[in-house]
Structures are given as C-alpha cells and as structure tokens.
Write a protein that binds this ligand. Structure first.
Ligand code: SAM
Length: 211
C-alpha cells in the first residue's frame, strides 16, 4: 500500500466514470510513484492484510488479486506456496510485473468478471478508489467470481468523505470508509461479514464470505 500524504483536494461533484478516468490517468502517467513506494519492505499493515485473509483458506486455494500494482503482495503469497492470479487494469503495472517474469492479466473489476471461480479474492487498497455506485458494481463482480463459501478480503483508507489527491502530475480519487462502512456495503451486496478491523488507525479492513 502506498503513502498518499500528498495534497488533498475536495472531490467535485462529477460523473462517476470521471473519478476512475482521473485515477487511471494518474497511475498510467506516474507508475514509478507506486513502484517506488511499495517496493520497500513488505511488512506492517500490508502483511497483516494478507496473513488474516489466508487464515480462511487452505494452501491449495485458488486466489485472485485485484489491483496487484507492483506485485509485492502476490510475491508474498507465492513465497508462502499459494497460487495467485495477478491482475491490474493499468498497463504500466502489468508491463512492470511481466518484466519481472510474472504472468499478469489486465483486468478492471468495474467492468469485467472472469469466468473462473476463486476461493479467495483480495483487493488491497483498491476499492477506496470507488464511489458508492462503483463499489456496489465491483462488489457484485467479485461476488460472481466466488463459489459458495468463497472469501473476499479488502482494505482501504479509513474515514468518511471523498477527495481527489494529487499524484505526480495528476489526481487520484479516494472515497474513505470505516470498517463498519465496508461491512455495511458488503452486506448490502449479499456477503456475510466474517471480520472487520482497523490497522494502524489508517486502514479499514473487511473479510466477507459468499453464502
Ligand atoms: C493504491 S494502489 C494499491 C496497489 C497494491 N494493491 C498495493 O497494496 O500496493 C491501487 C491499485 O488499484 C488498482 N485499481 C484501481 N482501479 C481499479 C479497477 N477498476 N479495477 C482493478 N484494479 C484497480 C490500481 O491500478 C492500483 O494498482
């Protein structure tokens, strides 16, 4: 997860696909900012995010990671012996992972559903880029990629409200949610909430299952 202690701007009331357009442009134009931030030590709250989710699935679990970014999380899973499908909608992140010899799919959870089913779907620091309507769409897509009893684990910046935050020469959209807000949203999308927790006072986490 990257550090975003950069300039914050109040999000103007824009069409929802504008939020994603800004965020996509920010990542495509400034891939090095994310790569520089997350290629540092893999520990703390990001490691806890993976460790807690893994308690719900066996080692042979089929895992999908949404928004893999630089692939540090997937590297960690593979080092533990898990099989993970790495995905990201940003071409520069996909290219970066491929340049490291990692098979990575270009995948946008707002518009796509994979035919495959996964025991565990992970979305680390991804859904905070979605407003409520996008969150609902993406959660439905995740729901459709899980079998019964499949697990979905996500995290994002905790808080309330929405902001655009400067990222290099562009801006990313963020919608803050507390653990309770994540829980309520996933319940509305048909999930059973297994666990919610706050890490470092910053990261809202929620683990849910498909009935
Ligand atoms: C803050 S970065 C987190 C990257 C990585 N998961 C981590 O924790 O370091 C947000 C990630 O979400 C991805 N993302 C944003 N919108 C997405 C979407 N609609 N579908 C899938 N991934 C998305 C971005 O491309 C980016 O890799």
């Amino acid at each position: 997860m990257d550090d975003t202690s950069q300039n914050e701007l109040l999000a103007p009331d824009q069409a929802r696909d504008e939020n994603w357009r800004h965020t996509r442009e920010a990542y495509e134009n400034n891939p090095r900012l994310l790569l520089r931030n997350t290629l540092q030590a893999f520990d703390g709250s990001i490691k806890t995010f993976y460790d807690k989710a893994l308690k719900y699935v066996p080692l042979k679990a089929n895992i999908l990671e949404i928004g893999s970014g630089d692939g540090c999380g997937a590297d960690y899973l593979e080092a533990l012996g898990y099989t993970v499908l790495r995905t990201d909608p940003i071409r520069n992140f996909v290219r970066f992972q491929k340049s490291r010899g990692k098979k990575t799919h270009q995948f946008d959870v707002l518009t796509q559903v994979l035919a495959q089913r996964f025991d565990l779907v992970l979305a680390p620091a991804v859904f905070h880029h979605f407003d409520d309507e996008d969150f609902e769409d993406a959660a439905k897509h995740v729901f459709d990629m899980l079998p019964s009893y499949g697990i979905f684990s996500l995290c994002g910046y905790s808080g309330v409200g929405a902001r655009f935050k400067r990222y290099g020469n562009k801006q990313r959209y963020f919608c803050y949610r507390t653990p309770e807000m994540l829980s309520d949203s996933l319940k509305r999308s048909g999930f059973i909430v297994e666990e919610t927790y706050l890490l470092d006072g910053t990261w809202a986490n929620c683990i849910a299952s498909k009935p």
